[in-house]
Design a protein around this ligand. Structure first.
Ligand code: ADP
Ligand code: ASP
Ligand code: MG
Length: 810
């Protein structure tokens, strides 16, 4: 004997019901099939009851929709006319009863517990009747006749003695297929009641236990019991095997895939449970039994959460060292049927905190206020606090027992994502650790924990990119090219969730495909606004988010602080933030440090060359930077290397611009501003708190060149071409070359055009290359030399990519 339960999602439409029949047809008999109401119908009924109680005639419109839905489903499934008429008659009978009950509620403006249960029961009554007629060759047994609830106790309870006997008597002897509505039950006095939302699972478990079934199969809309709710954690995967205790713990803390009381009867009767997917019957699903099998690489099996809880705290001096306070507290709560989800008490005994469903919070407060009225009144000896909009997350696994470091991983994962833990509890069985957090952080927290415990097959990084110019576009191409290798070899999935340039911006929760992101930005983007872009990133509140700035825009540089504050790492190729006021630069670094996120700007000097990292490593390891001599402008080096009798200064500048070596505005390079910014960044990295005004600049073009617009600039430089050519010929004669040098010496920085001879390491610096000579305490006699391509979109993008990889620790 097997018991199969098909949930609402498995019987949502006639098409799906046909799938159910295909599955059931393959089973050997005898077999019991328990079915839920059609998907969404119980919610719909609840709404109708509420509307009727509020006197709204909308209730009748919804009732009309419900009638249509069931009549249409019956008509579509049952093709034989006389059989169909018979089913429709029964459907109408149930719907008439529903209308009568709703009319009563409507007239009285009141819903009693029984009238609500009666309304809610109609979903299963309708669905089970239609399904059993459609499947045919089956016997219909009304669950109200076999599952009996005793309402005389505070919380209604199934009377197992009566129930088990009835089940054995009414189903146990049947040799064929039996179809039973889930969720509904009868009271001892013969009224209709329900087993609580999601209760069809429980119906099936009660029947399976009473009949000592070989197995209980829960057929639903997911591949089994998963490591987390797949609706909240995309990377959740199916758990092959769970013990009853693990499954109970996960379902108690919100894993809706199995209704919490379900496992109790089958656990006692040692009946294995299999959770399977109606939409993919071939998949193995999850086996729940008493065996602790190999647990895989993670010490935890799964994570679950209850989305909405309230936290109630009773605190004050009257609690310290006073015995019996807990007994009074929990006694008072029990009297009012308050269900407690989690309890925690600090060892100081100054307070007791517990979590309840928001629906129970009022009753909990009332119970406590009454029980401790004297202490609360007298001089604030006790205080009652209620915190709202919270969620609880539980991590569960039998292997947690005696494994150290679990809490550390849990709290580190949360801390790194900026999620504050409000309360925590661990059962002494060490089967679960629970944390209470703000509801707004729930999704982020679940994902952070899931990844933190290596429950995911890969880690995920969420990118928000500003700038689609040369560097930005090259980066997007490189990311696209490398995406598969990162997943296959480094278990890292890159998701582009936001893209903006100066005209448009696009934010997409589900991700923007890298291969078409620029077209999508053009076609679907909205007007760009960098502040709004960052606001939306913050609102998404995702873990492992990185903001990448591939612009040269000061407005973009101005938002880093906002991003870092919200635990969003920043990778930038834009020099402005690091070379603006020293206090802003320091501020950004200190927020990043405080939040445990990264602020990376390697490409602001020397494109992809490892200059900043090298200086930073030297300083961190105790070296002292005495002197930096550097050719840091790829643009200027290119210009001076390219100049010839055929290519005068103005043309060489234009060529550099065309090749993408210059800043968007080449005057930033030609005025020395770009080099000033770079030496400033390096000086700061070396430990000197310089400002732009502290850098001495010796210009090689007269200031008048920089007055007017870019066309004026080119025109004025053209006027100087002849003069520069004369100087260049003289220089060649001297066997010297021009190099635009930036120097930091003894804490003083300057930039200037220098003539270097063949004996200088920069003499042979080709094309747009950069060179940096570091004289330090350790590299005193022979300075350390870093040399290579110092400009160009591709190498800069590659440097940004490398920074990103360091952010995610690849
Ligand atoms: P049914 O209608 O079949 O009873 P439910 O909606 O009650 O289905 O339960 C299945 C849903 O439970 C899934 O769609 C999923 O969103 C949710 N769920 C929550 N936690 C888990 C988990 N750990 N594993 C699988 N599903 C989960
Ligand atoms: N139909 C009921 C509900 O939606 C019971 C169930 O689906 O298990 O809560
Ligand atoms: Mg369910």
């Amino acid at each position: 004997m097997k018991v199969l339960k098909f949930g609402g999602s498995s019987v949502g439409t006639p098409e799906r019901i046909k799938d159910v029949k295909r599955i059931v047809d393959k089973y050997d008999l005898p077999c019991v099939v328990v079915v839920s109401a059609f998907q969404g119908v119980t919610d719909h009924l609840h709404k109708i009851a509420e509307l009727a109680a509020s006197g709204s005639s909308e209730a009748w419109d919804l009732l009309g929709d419900l009638t249509r839905q069931h009549r249409e489903a019956a008509a579509e499934l049952i093709t034989d006319k006389s059989k169909r008429d018979e089913v429709l008659k029964k459907v109408d009978e149930i719907l008439n009863e529903l209308t009568e009950t709703c009319t009563g509620i409507f007239l009285l403006h009141e819903i009693t517990r029984h009238s609500l249960d009666s309304v809610l029961s109609m979903g299963e009554r309708l669905s089970s009747w239609i399904i059993s007629s459609y499947i045919g060759n089956s016997i219909y047994v009304d669950a109200r006749d076999i599952i009996k609830v005793d309402e005389s106790v505070g919380n209604s309870m199934v009377d197992f003695t009566v129930t088990n006997n009835l089940i054995r008597e009414k189903i146990g002897t049947l040799p064929q297929l039996t179809i039973v509505p889930g969720f509904i039950a009868g009271t001892i006095t013969g009224e209709t009641t329900t087993l609580g939302r999601g209760g069809s699972d429980y119906t099936a478990a009660i029947i399976a236990a009473a009949l000592e079934a070989k197995v209980l199969e829960i057929w639903t809309d997911v591949e089994g019991f998963m490591s987390a709710d797949p609706k909240k954690v995309e990377r959740a995967y199916t758990i092959e095997n769970l013990t009853y205790a693990e499954a109970m713990e996960l379902s108690h803390f919100g894993a809706k895939v199995i209704y919490t009381p379900t496992l109790r009867p089958v656990y006692k009767a040692k009946i294995p449970v299999i959770v399977k997917n109606t939409f993919n019957p071939e998949a193995k699903g999850t086996l729940i039994n008493g065996e602790l099998r190999d647990q895989g690489r993670s010490p935890i099996k799964g994570i679950s959460s209850i989305d909405h809880i309230d936290l109630v705290t009773l605190q004050g001096p009257a609690m310290v060292g006073v015995t019996g306070t807990s007994a009074r507290l929990f006694g008072a709560l029990a009297k009012r049927n308050v269900n407690i989800i989690l309890i925690t008490q600090a060892s100081s005994e100054y307070s007791i905190t517990f979590a309840v469903s928001p629906a129970d919070a009022g009753a909990a407060s009332a119970a406590i206020s009454e029980e401790f009225a004297r202490e609360i009144k007298s001089n604030n000896e006790l205080k009652l606090l209620v915190e709202k909009n919270l969620s609880v997350i539980a991590i569960v696994g039998e292997k947690m027992k005696n494994t150290p470091g679990i809490s550390a991983t849990l709290f580190t994962s949360l801390g790194r994502s900026g999620v504050n833990v409000i309360a925590t509890a661990q059962g002494s069985s060490e089967l679960n650790i629970s944390v209470v957090i703000k509801n707004e952080n729930l999704k982020k927290a679940l994902n952070a924990i899931h990844d933190g415990f290596f429950l995911s097959p890969y880690d995920e990084v969420n990118l928000f990119v500003a700038g689609t110019g040369l560097v930005g576009s090259s980066l997007l191409k490189q990311l696209q090219k490398q995406a598969k290798i990162l997943i296959d070899e480094h278990y890292l999935k890159i998701r582009l969730l936001g893209l903006t340039n100066s005209r448009k911006m696009l934010i997409e929760n589900k991700g923007i495909p890298l291969d078409s992101c620029r077209d999508l930005l053009k076609d679907e983007g909205v007007k760009a606004d960098i502040l709004e872009f960052v606001r939306q990133i913050k609102k998404m509140n995702l873990r492992n988010s990185v903001f990448i700035d591939c612009t040269a825009d000061p407005r973009v540089a101005g938002v880093y602080g906002e991003a870092l504050k919200d635990y969003i790492s920043v990778v930038t190729a834009n020099k402005i933030a690091c070379s603006s006021d020293y206090t802003y630069y320091q501020h950004l670094k200190s927020i990043a440090h405080g939040r445990g996120v990264r602020f990376m700007y390697e490409t602001t000097v020397g494109a992809g060359l490892p200059i900043i990292k090298t200086i930073s490593d030297l300083v961190l390891s105790g070296d002292k930077i005495y002197k930096i001599e550097a050719v840091l402008s790829g643009t200027l080096n290119f210009v001076f290397n390219e100049m010839s009798s055929e290519l005068p200064l103005s043309k060489a500048i234009r060529k550099a611009r065309e090749k993408g070596y210059t800043e968007p505005d080449p005057r930033v390079d030609l005025s020395g501003t770009d080099v000033v910014r770079k030496i400033l960044i390096l000086s700061r990295e070396a430990g000197y708190s310089l400002e732009q005004k502290d850098v001495e600049v010796k210009m090689f073009l007269p200031e008048s060149c920089f007055e007017g617009d870019i066309n004026d600039f080119y025109r004025k430089v053209e006027e100087l071409d002849g003069e520069f050519e004369k100087k260049r010929i003289a220089l060649v004669k001297k066997k010297k070359k021009w190099r635009f040098f930036a120097t930091l010496d003894n804490g003083k920085a300057k930039v200037e055009l220098v003539e270097v001879g063949q004996d200088h390491p920069s003499y042979y610096l080709e094309g747009s290359n950069n060179i940096v000579l570091l004289t330090t305490e350790r590299y005193k006699e022979l300075p350390m030399v870093i040399k290579g391509y110092g400009a160009g979109a591709d190498v800069t993008a590659a440097g940004v990519f490398a920074d990103l990889m360091r952010v995610v620790n690849v």
